[in-house]
Design a protein around this ligand. Structure first.
Ligand code: IVH
Length: 679
């Protein structure tokens, strides 16, 4: 036989057997037979080096020649991912993404492997280069070392050019042994994997049991609009795809397709995504490789293009990270803050430390129970974490202060007014409504950006005005003559003019802002919006209804209940609150919100009805539009089916809510019928 042919035959066969053995774990021939073929190829390549394939299976053993890692340009942008740390944020991201896309979407949930990132470039079916991430534009070609990883296909059946993003890692159980051979110089499996890829002798790398998972494919010739089908194709081509993966879609067809193509992965309705994420979180420690989170990706490639990129991240993917960034520092002191409603919160004052790019000097300590649980005292060395944008939290004590070990105890009295603190549930309260700190906090809350937005009056200025006796309460913000401040240091004419202007501007704020800015317990943005939606669109309407002291008037509002009903009555019958409200009325703040015309005009044809919506719709996308129509007509929309549900609106690919509705015999309305009902 012709030598060239034989080399080709042996190379192809050996690569196939390597794949069967190392990726599929289903060898077809004995080790002995394999070695015979391998040795034959080695011999032939030695004699006829010009005929050897650059991606010959013999390259797997590496070479003793010193490797160089030439810099090469990536032909695709190698971006990193935006991250979140809580399931709530993840859910927000999912619904925001669906909204931005303006269509029903499918999501793929993958493990975020904590290894070394690599991009494999294939030309004419053959591995051409293997670039590290580098700076995202230029990486190092470490192909000689990557060839030694038996799980990496060197030659594939795909002839159009393509690139594959993958992660190279070493198993936890292999880390100890192989770190020893490198004199334990690597701190963790990730560093050992990344270090191996940069080892100048590929013969050394060949002995390290490196693994690979591939997770993104870019084909010059497009053949699908689904990421999941790209993965399925990569699998066919011999790439190692992680089986711990989830596919969640509103489309039953897509779910079925995926179950057919990749039966080993979890596939379900989009509503099941969060539960899957929770489940994977629990499995993390059982894996023999390190993951630092999950990656949630939009499946539809055209939607990905539409969503695009920020300067750093794609908008179509999110890393859900398991561990928030942490740092170590010392707790210098615990200060006690008193809020506008009297709640006392301990705040940890920290030795400033950098965490996730910003300097942190304070941390919330929640309450006495939390402090007792941590056994925390001033002087202790602590670890702190930052999840999302929330204020950092003290996670644990690493070492007690060796000189003065202590546990912080709440004072018995309010540090600002000296009245006794009262414990209510987990929290302590200052019950004194005249407490200067509480008043300052409520004025500052009123003026805050999210409320009346008097941006010239920050906490410091308000505290100053109050302490000096210029203002005593919220109405004084409007009646005080700010010219009096000309004698005070730091108050020039320009500054005073700006204050006056922003105070005056705040008078234009709508009623709903006025109401929330009063800072009444329980009356945040969404509760106020519910009040207004339910006919309480003016201060007088609320006060009049409250004066009847009939809890049901308010507790019947969707989402309110008994406790909220009582709160509203308490706030709006309290003489001090009513006096404050009267003063603000005189000042001319908005006390009424005109409800939009169509809402008034709509007859309340859905009155007393309780609807649940499931699935996706042609005319109501996002489906909150359907909810609006129901609410406009006096109906309620709730999240889950119960015996109180009167109608279930069902669109395409409904979730388990439909089954429940059937079980409970609740009328099921489809989109056509719904449109008829709307008239
Ligand atoms: S997708 C543009 N999927 O995490 C999308 N990345 O910050 C690119 N990683 O550099 C990333 N497992 O090294 C993706 N299943 C996965 C991943 C994954 C690990 C790494 C990757 C990347 C970093 C993202």
């Amino acid at each position: 036989m012709d030598i060239k042919k034989r080399i080709e035959q042996l190379s192809t066969e050996l690569l196939r057997h390597q794949h069967l053995y190392y990726v599929k774990a289903e060898p077809e021939i004995s080790d002995l037979e394999y070695d015979r073929l391998f040795d034959e190829l080695v011999e032939l390549e030695k004699k006829y080096p010009q005929l050897a394939w650059p991606n010959s299976p013999t390259k797997r053993v590496g070479s003793d020649l010193d490797n160089t890692f030439p810099e090469k340009e990536h032909t695709l942008p190698v971006l990193s991912l935006d991250k979140q740390y809580t399931i709530e944020e993840l859910e927000k991201w999912v619904s925001k993404t669906i909204n931005n896309a303006g269509q029903a979407l499918s999501f793929v949930v993958e493990e975020k492997i904590d290894g070394a990132s690599i991009v494999l470039y294939y030309k004419n079916g053959s591995l051409e280069s293997a670039l590290t991430r580098g700076n995202g534009v230029v990486g190092n070609d470490v192909i000689e070392n990557v060839r030694t990883i038996k799980q990496v296909p060197l030659v594939t059946g795909e002839t159009s050019n393509f690139a594959v993003r993958s992660e190279i890692f070493i198993k936890k159980s292999d880390f100890g042994t192989y770190n020893q051979t490198f004199e334990n110089k690597y701190a963790n499996p990730r560093n050992l994997a990344a270090g191996s890829l940069r080892n100048i002798k590929s013969s050394v790398v060949a002995k390290v049991p490196l693994n690979i998972f591939s997770y993104e494919g870019f084909f010059e010739t497009a053949f699908t609009n689904d990421h999941i089908l790209i993965l399925s194709r990569l699998k066919e081509l011999g790439f190692r795809i992680n089986r711990n993966m989830g596919f969640f879609s509103a489309s039953k067809n897509m779910v079925a397709t995926v179950q057919g193509k990749l039966p080993e992965i979890a596939a379900g309705h989009i509503g099941d995504l969060s539960d899957y994420v929770r489940e994977r979180l629990g499995e993390r420690n059982r894996l023999d490789y390190e993951i630092d989170g999950l990656v949630i990706k939009v499946n539809e490639l055209d939607v990905r293009d539409g969503l695009g990129y920020t300067a750093h991240h794609p908008r179509w993917a999110l890393a859900f990270k398991f561990d928030a960034p942490t740092a170590q520092t010392r707790l210098l002191d615990v200060q006690v803050q008193v809020g506008r409603n009297g709640r006392v919160t301990p705040v940890g004052i920290l030795e400033p430390v950098k965490i996730a790019g910003s300097t942190v000097a304070r941390a919330t300590l929640h309450n006495q129970e939390y402090i007792d649980m941590l056994e925390l005292g001033s002087g202790d060395t602590v670890s702190i974490s930052k999840r999302g944008d929330i204020i950092p939290a003290v996670e644990k004590v690493i070492e007690k202060d060796p000189d003065h070990p202590s546990i912080f105890k709440f004072p018995e009295t309010c540090p600002f007014c000296l009245s006794s603190l009262v414990k209510d549930g987990a929290h302590h309260f200052c019950k004194n409504r005249e407490c200067p700190e509480r008043i300052k906090r409520s004025i500052s809350y009123f003026a805050a950006k999210d409320q009346m937005d008097i941006d010239t009056l920050g906490w410091k200025t308000i505290a100053f005005l109050f302490d000096k006796g210029y203002i005593k309460g919220i109405p004084d913000l409007y009646t005080f003559d700010y010219n009096e401040l000309l004698n005070e240091e730091g108050f020039k004419e320009k500054k005073i003019a700006n204050i006056k202007k922003s105070v005056e501007n705040s008078k234009k704020k709508p009623f709903r802002k006025v109401l929330t800015s009063l800072g009444f317990d329980g009356l945040g943005t969404s509760a106020v919006s519910d009040l207004i939606k339910n006919g309480f669109y003016s201060m007088d309407r609320i006060i009049e209804a409250a004066s009847r002291r009939d809890v049901e008037i308010f507790s019947n509002i969707e989402g309110f209940g008994e406790i909220m009903g009582q709160l509203v009555i308490r706030h709006f019958t309290d003489p001090e609150n009513l006096a404050l409200i009267e003063e603000l009325r005189k000042i001319g703040l908005s006390f009424e919100e005109r409800v939009e015309k169509p809402q008034e005009a709509e007859a309340l044809t859905f009155k007393d009805q309780v609807w649940v919506i499931t699935g996706s719709f042609e005319h109501f996308n996002p489906r909150s539009k359907a909810a609006e129509e129901i609410e406009k007509r006096g109906g309620k929309v709730v999240g889950s089916v119960s015996t109180r549900t009167t109608h279930v609106l069902v669109g395409a690919s409904p979730g388990s809510k439909l089954d429940k509705a059937k079980k409970l015999d609740i009328p099921i309305i489809d989109e056509t019928e719904f449109l008829k009902m709307l008239g």
